[in-house]
Write a protein that binds this ligand. Structure first.
Ligand code: FAD
Ligand code: SF4
Length: 512
């Protein structure tokens, strides 16, 4: 049968349940491609490039086995121009295609590129929904229309009602929307979290390909032990493992950090979710079902904490992205302009908390939320790193980093570069908080209790430096009143010493 329709599947559109695949039609050719355009738009962690290629190849193989026609363009294929649109154009001309279809991309960059492409070709084109998210691109913008603030909590409650999750006749089950106060505990000394489930695959062939093409990457990889799920089967196995072994402790320890454990009770499902190997609703429904059967061992605080992340934060961030792009990508509320210290790419710092968090990010392409927010992100915000530098680091280093969810978390939640769209106040902390939630300070070169002088913890003076230098922008924020009251009560000499200490550390940021 002659092929008349070309359908594009992007690397993060591996949705087996998409209606495109409900039936086999031999007049349709699916196309997937490994291209330098995507490997090079930022320097990615090597595990991220390998993870994407492995998952794409597996997905294409499975479509082929189901009888679909698929053209998978490998990185080293002769016909590969390494550009998305040039490859598409070549296929359209070569096969005399009559209709081009694609699923709406999640990234503004690709969305724009494909729109321009469709205007430039002389055949009809059609964009369809990716059938993955639980809200449409512009649902959040409509929900908050006319409102000054975009409160995640209101959006989350609307989503709970809409999908009837943890609800009882229109009210939150057990009477409370939010169990944050019950969560956020430090790991007790003797407590050992379960080992994370890893998939030990050999990825030598793909690593060889990446090296042959001299694709710039960061981070480490063990070619015989690639640990991330790259198929739907593996993603479902990781979901089951999380539900059975981690859910019972998820909320309690979601903010805990420990140098010996790199994921504690976190699900590590973000990669599978962002590639669409898992649907958010199936993750939510399976977790809630398991909780319903095991309420004697899993408290409501645990399941609510988990559902909030997926039904709340994940959908909310996507809505913010489409409401605020492209302006969002250049927001810099504080006018920060410092360069990221070079040790962010090596982990070579004397600060134990950052050495560990950056080190594990290079080792596993993963750090959990509080490490991203309250360690690396906190340090970058306190020291005034340019948000472009911040984005480049986060977008490259994490296996789950795709711009729609990276930039909203980085520029928005973590750096307050949006001036308060995502968060109502900047997330900053001194050693006091870090020590409360982690086991890093005991092994550190610096002294968590000292604010100035030899070996004083840098976070302590940076904290006050941040509030002092941003007084004009932050003092009126009612959620920050306490910090300015403390600054006000501080003697002039104490304040000057703190600022001098912070300036000294900032001048010597490369050697911290
Ligand atoms: P869990 O803790 O097990 O949470 C379950 C799921 O909830 C996650 O898989 C994720 O899909 C969702 N989720 C949780 N928090 C958020 C959030 N704030 N925003 C959106 N979804 C959330 N997440 C990414 O997927 N890609 C990124 O590039 C990314 N960059 C981040 C950068 C910074 C500075 C910060 C503070 C957070 C970032 N996050 C990002 C959000 C969050 O840290 C990760 O989703 C989470 O750590 C992934 O690990 P997990 O699957 O074990 O999550
Ligand atoms: Fe981090 Fe300071 Fe604690 Fe060291 S003392 S681990 S730098 S918070």
């Amino acid at each position: 049968m002659k092929i008349t329709t070309l359908r594009l599947i992007l690397g993060d559109q591996l949705n087996h349940k998409h209606s495109w695949f409900d039936s086999v039609d031999n007049s349709i050719l699916y196309v997937m491609m490994e291209i330098r355009q995507e490997t090079d738009y930022v320097t990615h962690h090597i595990q991220k490039v390998v993870g994407f290629f492995m998952a794409m190849r597996q997905f294409s193989q499975e479509l082929h086995e189901q009888g679909h026609r698929i053209n998978y363009i490998m990185l080293d294929d002769e016909i590969n121009t390494q550009s998305l649109t040039n490859n598409l154009l070549w296929l359209i001309q070569e096969l005399d295609i009559q209709l081009f279809e694609y699923q709406l991309p999640d990234e503004y960059r690709l969305d724009h590129q494909l729109q321009l492409f469709c205007q430039s070709i002389h055949i009809p084109s059609k964009a369809v929904d990716s059938e993955h998210f639980l809200s449409k691109r512009d649902d959040l913008a409509s929900f908050f229309k006319g409102k000054k603030t975009y409160l995640m909590e209101s959006f989350y409650r609307m989503m709970r009602k809409k999908y009837n999750i943890l609800m009882d006749e229109g009210q939150p089950i057990s009477g409370q929307w939010n169990y944050d106060a019950d969560n956020r505990k430090k790991l007790p000394k003797e407590h050992q979290p379960i080992q994370p489930l890893v998939f030990e695959k050999n990825v030598e062939h793909i690593v060889g390909l990446i090296h042959r093409f001299a694709i710039p990457t960061i981070g480490n990889i063990q070619v015989n032990h690639f640990s991330w799920p790259v198929s739907r089967t593996e993603s479902l196995a990781l979901l089951d493992y999380f539900i059975q072994h981690c859910l019972a402790y998820f909320g309690t320890y979601e903010d805990a950090m420990h140098p010996a454990y790199w994921s504690i009770y976190h699900s590590r499902l973000s990669f599978s979710l962002n590639l669409k190997l898992l649907h958010p609703l199936e993750v939510i429904q399976k977790s809630v079902h398991y909780w319903e059967q095991n309420q004697n061992t899993i408290s409501i605080a645990q399941i609510e904490g988990f559902i909030r992340q997926i039904l709340g934060w994940r959908e909310y961030m996507r809505g913010i992205y489409w409401a605020k792009m492209p302006e969002f990508a250049s927001m810099n509320f504080f006018g920060h302009n410092r360069k990221l210290p070079s040790w962010f790419w090596t982990g070579q710092t004397k600060m134990a908390c950052l050495r560990h968090s950056i080190g594990q990010s290079l080792e596993y392409a993963y750090a959990h939320h509080i490490q991203r927010l309250m360690l690396t992100g906190n340090f970058m915000l306190l020291t005034g790193i340019h948000p472009d530098e911040v984005d480049t680091w986060y977008l490259g280093i994490y296996i789950d980093a795709i711009q729609w969810v990276e930039i909203t978390n980085t520029r928005g939640m973590s750096q307050y570069a949006d001036g308060g769209i995502v968060g109502s106040k900047p997330y900053v902390a001194s050693a006091n908080y870090i020590d409360k939630m982690s086991h890093y300070c005991g092994t550190c070169f610096y002294d968590k209790n000292k604010k100035t002088g030899d070996k004083a913890c840098p976070f302590n003076s940076f904290y006050w430096h941040f509030f002092d230098r941003n007084r004009a922008l932050l003092e009126k924020n009612p959620r920050i009143g306490m910090a300015y009251m403390s600054l006000h009560k501080m003697s002039d000499s104490t304040k000057q010493e703190l600022l001098k200490q912070a300036d000294f550390y900032l001048e010597n940021i490369e050697t911290l």
